[in-house]
Design a protein around this ligand. Structure first.
Ligand SMILES: Cc1ncc(COP(=O)(O)O)c(C=O)c1O
Length: 362
């Protein structure tokens, strides 16, 4: 079969889909900078600079890889229940919160339905919308990147199914207020509050879940627990929604190593939280060092990352120069963030190297 024939069989909207722009793996970044992998400073993925808790390595090593994991994730959901104080029947886990975002699209979206996205925000919502043939309505954030609730309400129509809200918002770092979240919930649409960075701010909408059947709170183990590579996240929502997700998810979606990693992390949650608090302190130190540089404006942040704004036209040049020195930060497409890039909070040593390089560059 000629390759042109196979192309005709691919669903047309997927054959030409704009793909998600993921971050490259460390070995590729190192090759590009012409330095060894151990010398790169990777601040482009909002990963945790610390390795997982040592108990994770031990738990994963003792995992029976030849056995399928529990499709109903009983142990995992109970452990998350202990951690969050929310009943296990309100909880479902996924291969990263990314998988849960995808499952929410599968559950609610038919081609032509609309989702609302508060731009600029995490790119996964728009990517999944493209895959699902959903129409994407952008509600621009205001000049301080906060929500424009009136504009959001006006944008909602009969076809609007899901409103995605990242809080803290990646990449701008700001939180959504409870008042705004309630205003959105009162529209009756599915409101997804993505709390991937909850442990860095400790502000959550999870307490509202028993009150609102249309609320879904997403959390991740990638950031606070340092399990990005194991892929594990979870959602908090009504038992009705949990059961729908269970019915449509692939049966063994949470692999057994991810399961073991989550269980071990939850047992050591308070130690992990102490390390998270140190990252928050480091974030504030990084912000004040950035503030002292001429022409550099760090935005306040409630996550483990900082959006930094430069004089018009400067961001790309500095971004490229940092990459040449082996320091990788995240630059975004689109007009609104043209003069910005996002820096994930690393170790104090990494912050110092970043600031020294930026001092020379600005
Ligand atoms: C707002 C937001 N939600 C979800 C995710 C995905 O997290 P996970 O690794 O759990 O899939 C990220 C990752 O960067 C994120 O920034």
């Amino acid at each position: 079969m000629a390759s042109s024939d196979i192309k005709k069989l691919v669903r047309p909207h997927l054959a030409t889909v704009e793909s998600y722009q993921p971050v490259d793996p460390p070995e590729l970044l190192a090759k590009r900078a012409g330095i060894s992998e151990k010398d790169i400073i990777k601040l482009n993925g909002n990963e945790n600079p610390n390795p997982p808790h040592p108990a994770v390595r031990e738990a994963v090593a003792n995992t029976p890889f030849n056995i399928y994991p529990d499709p109903l994730q009983r142990k995992v959901r109970n452990a998350i229940s202990n951690y969050t104080g929310i009943d296990a029947d309100h909880i479902i886990a996924g291969a990263g919160s990314d998988e849960l975002i995808d499952l929410l699209f599968r559950l609610f979206i038919q081609p032509g339905d609309t989702i609302l996205d508060f731009d600029p925000t995490f790119g996964m919502y728009a990517f999944c919308a493209r895959l699902a043939q959903a129409e994407l309505k952008y509600v621009p954030r205001n000049e301080t990147f906060d929500l424009d609730i009136d504009a959001a309400k006006q944008s909602i129509d009969a076809r609007t199914k899901i409103v995605f809200l990242s809080s803290p918002n990646n990449p701008t770092g700001n939180l959504a207020s409870e008042e705004h979240i309630r205003a959105l919930l009162d529209t009756g649409r599915v409101i997804v509050v993505d709390e991937a960075y909850f442990e860095f701010c400790k502000q959550s909408a999870a307490d509202l879940v028993p009150e609102y059947e249309n609320l879904v709170v997403l959390r991740s183990m990638s950031k606070w627990a340092g399990l990005a590579g194991l892929r594990v996240g979870y959602g908090i929502m009504s038992p009705t929604l949990v059961n729908y997700i269970i019915d449509i998810k692939s049966p063994y979606n949470l692999n057994i190593a991810a399961e073991a990693g989550l269980l071990a992390s939850m047992e050591h949650a308070s130690e992990l939280q102490e390390a998270v608090d140190a990252i928050v302190d480091e974030r504030e130190r990084m912000i004040s060092l950035l503030q002292a540089l001429p022409g550099v404006k760090p935005w306040p942040s409630a996550g483990n990352f900082v959006l930094v704004q430069f004089a018009p036209g400067k961001a790309e040049e500095i971004f490229q120069s940092l990459a040449k020195r082996g320091i990788f930060v995240r630059k975004f497409g689109g007009e609104r963030l043209r003069d910005c890039f996002r820096i994930s909070v690393g170790t104090p040593k990494q912050t110092n190297a970043l600031i020294a390089a930026m001092k020379e560059l600005v």
